[in-house]
Design a protein around this ligand. Structure first.
Ligand code: GBH
Length: 444
């Protein structure tokens, strides 16, 4: 049995577009995900976030579930097009929803961890180039400032961005997320402007706004391994590590982009002039903590045919329902590497969890033993890391509810609470009951 300290933060996480629904309510305008999901062929089954978990209308019920779980904290994000439905037009009605949410959480002694941006950029911003346009930094700042002004008093911690790699690379390079472009130069610009908007928001929060809460950013990180012992596979692994991890870690913590990757990408990029003097100083502005979303390790092999010489290799590891390797040991190696090469900041695991094919029984039970195992293994790893002095300050299970899993629609279920999307009834899965026990006993 592993023990957690009394200050360790147990939480669950969600994001606005994935759970809220109510996409045209109280002045909200479309986001890039409304547009993308309504474009035929982009999302599995043609699913959209139009209704999702209808959380916008069921906030109270969902807070009751958080109380049943006994979480210390709840992580959610703010829908930008509710706050600025049009450029320069602040919408207090949209903000009212989040004010109510943070106030209710505080009343229930649940600390709000607020993600400012979790991928739902307003369509009006995308119409002007989205994150590829450097003006996006100013658009984001206007949004972030309103969030600070209106919500800071009740918020426990701030995250500027969730997973810039996904927003930039999946959205602008691979085209599998909104806005669905396939252009590396655009993706690198998008990544740069997202990181720059992060640094500016941190500086503004601390120096101008005078905020006293902790503020940070969350990256999705996967430790990368070479499939074989040969030098080509090591090259592939290095390149994938650069593409996924170092392209974001290095500017944030070392104030520079990895030069090997700049070199590799340069075939597809006309100029790096979008990286202006002083930008990297802003991007590397110190934060108070570091957020990591961890799901899986990556195993790569050499591929002469692929643009960056890597491709995923066959792995005999057990898999989650996404086909991702279940790899708690490699999670520990990732944290060791971060401690050695990047940062001593407190680390929060801001997402960890797994999709599986859940079955809702006639009696309302969901026996998701595989998810219980997954969570126990990763929480055990967290506890072991803390025994080694790695300072993991908290853990947020992804996700509170089954929800809109981006390009996979509603087919993939990550929740510890089952959502019947026909009735919107919620059912605690076994994993939710187990998590409640872990939290109550502060041990796994
Ligand atoms: C998160 O993204 C999101 O923040 C969240 O909204 C989403 O619902 C949740 O996870 C579940 O998907 O190493 O080649 O196997 C997930 C980010 C990025 C994690 C890609 C898995 C696989 C890359 N994902 N990664 S690979």
């Amino acid at each position: 049995m592993k023990k957690f300290s009394k200050d360790f933060i147990f939480g669950t996480a969600t994001s606005s577009y994935q759970i809220e629904g109510a996409v045209a309510v109280d002045g909200r305008t479309p986001s890039i995900w409304d547009t993308f999901s309504r474009t035929p062929g982009k999302v599995n089954g043609g699913d959209t976030g139009d209704v999702a978990c209808d959380h916008y209308h069921r906030m109270e019920e969902d807070i009751e579930i958080l109380k049943t779980l006994g979480v210390d904290s709840y992580r959610f994000s703010i829908a930008w097009p509710r706050i600025f439905p049009q450029q320069g037009q602040y919408n207090p009605e949209g903000m009212a929803f989040y004010k109510k949410l943070v106030n209710r959480l505080v009343e229930e002694n649940i600390q709000p961890l607020v993600t400012i941006y979790h991928w739902d950029m307003p369509q009006w911003a995308d119409d002007q180039g989205g994150w590829v346009n450097r003006d996006s930094v100013e658009w984001f700042m206007e949004f972030a400032k309103k969030c600070f002004e209106e919500l800071d008093a009740s918020v426990a911690k701030w995250l500027t961005h969730n997973e810039p790699w996904c927003a930039a690379m999946l959205g602008y390079h691979q085209g599998v997320h909104a806005p669905g472009h396939t252009n590396l130069e655009e993706a690198l610009k998008a990544a740069h402007h997202i990181l720059l908007s992060h640094g500016k928001a941190v500086q503004y929060y601390k120096d101008v706004f005078g905020g006293t809460k902790d503020i940070g950013i969350t990256l999705n990180l996967s430790p990368v391994y070479a499939a074989g012992e040969n030098v080509n596979d090591y090259l592939a692994a290095n390149n994938f590590d650069g593409y996924l991890n170092r392209w974001f870690l290095d500017p944030l913590f070392k104030g520079q982009y990895p030069i090997d990757m700049m070199n590799l990408f340069s075939k597809f990029v006309h100029t790096y002039d979008f990286i202006q003097d002083g930008d990297l100083d802003i991007i590397s502005t110190p934060t108070d903590f570091f957020g990591i979303n961890f799901y899986n390790r990556a195993l790569m092999e050499f591929s002469a045919a692929s643009e960056f010489l890597f491709k995923p290799a066959y792995s005999d590891y057990p898999k989650s329902g996404m086909g991702w390797d279940i790899s708690p040991n490699e999670f520990k190696e990732l944290i060791h590497r971060l401690r050695k090469e990047y940062t001593h900041l407190p680390i929060y695991i801001t997402e960890n969890g797994a999709a599986f094919d859940d079955v809702l029984e006639a009696d309302g039970q969901v026996h998701d033993k595989n998810r219980v195992d997954y969570v126990e293994k990763h929480l055990t790893a967290v506890a072991e890391l803390n025994e080694e002095g790695m300072n993991i300050a908290g853990y947020y299970l992804w996700s509170l509810l089954d929800n809109f899993e981006w390009a996979f629609g509603y087919e993939k279920r990550f929740g510890i609470v089952y959502v019947d999307f026909q009735t919107q009834n919620r059912y605690l899965k076994d994993s939710a009951k187990r998590y409640a026990e872990v939290i109550a006993s502060r041990s796994v």
